[in-house]
Design a protein around this ligand. Structure first.
Ligand code: IMP
Ligand code: MG
Length: 181
């Protein structure tokens, strides 16, 4: 498969460091619950928490997959739920990418209904022009329309282990051919 480099590993490190610094200063003296949105955010969350110097807890939730990208917000399915009790908690949703914003909006409502005291949104990537009304509290990078893989994100469940971020080939563009891909 042909892939085009999007964000190299070293730049991701810098982004994660910046996001963690923001969380460290905003949540000083508190113990937020970081909820990673599976599966795409598993590497991002694991790197992010290793750069936190505040007390924190983690949990995970999994929602319906990218195949349902036309589903309205109310229909986002939770296929694996968190185990933590949310009442009175400061929740930080940790997403790989906010595309149309359906997942993030549905999760904010879901966590609010379950009694979270505060909910913030931390995303590695935000799609340019997608969900302009949805402002994440911590945004790593804004990206264009290409489908992104690597660093936890998949193309048909593959390529999650690529250390950097790449975009998948489209007709008529100049691409590099990755060895072994
Ligand atoms: P949204 O609900 O439209 O914001 O979509 C969010 C989810 O779709 C993300 O959490 C990803 O799991 C998935 N997604 C959106 N764009 C991409 C992409 O370019 N690559 C891989 N997954 C994506
Ligand atoms: Mg996701």
């Amino acid at each position: 498969m042909n892939l085009k480099p999007c964000i190299p590993r070293e730049a991701i490190d810098e982004i994660v460091r910046r996001l963690a610094a923001g969380i460290n200063s905003d949540y000083s003296g508190r113990t937020p619950l970081l909820v990673g949105v599976l599966k795409g955010a598993f590497l991002f969350l694991s790197d992010l928490v290793r750069k936190l110097d505040i007390e924190h807890e983690i949990d995970f939730i999994q929602t319906s997959c990218y195949g349902h990208r036309d589903t309205p917000a109310a229909d986002v399915l939770i296929v694996r739920d968190i185990t933590a009790d949310l009442s009175g908690r400061d929740v930080i949703i940790v997403e790989d990418i906010i595309d149309r914003g359906h997942t993030a909006k549905a999760l904010m409502k879901y966590f609010s209904d379950r009694g979270a005291a505060s909910i913030r949104l931390c995303t590695l990537l935000k799609r340019e022009g997608g969900a302009p009304e949805l402002k994440a509290d911590y945004t790593g990078a804004i990206i264009g329309p290409g489908f992104v893989v690597g660093y936890g994100m998949d193309y048909k469940e593959r390529l999650r282990g690529l250390p950097g971020l790449y975009t998948v080939q489209e007709e008529g563009e100049q691409w590099m051919d990755l060895p072994g891909s």
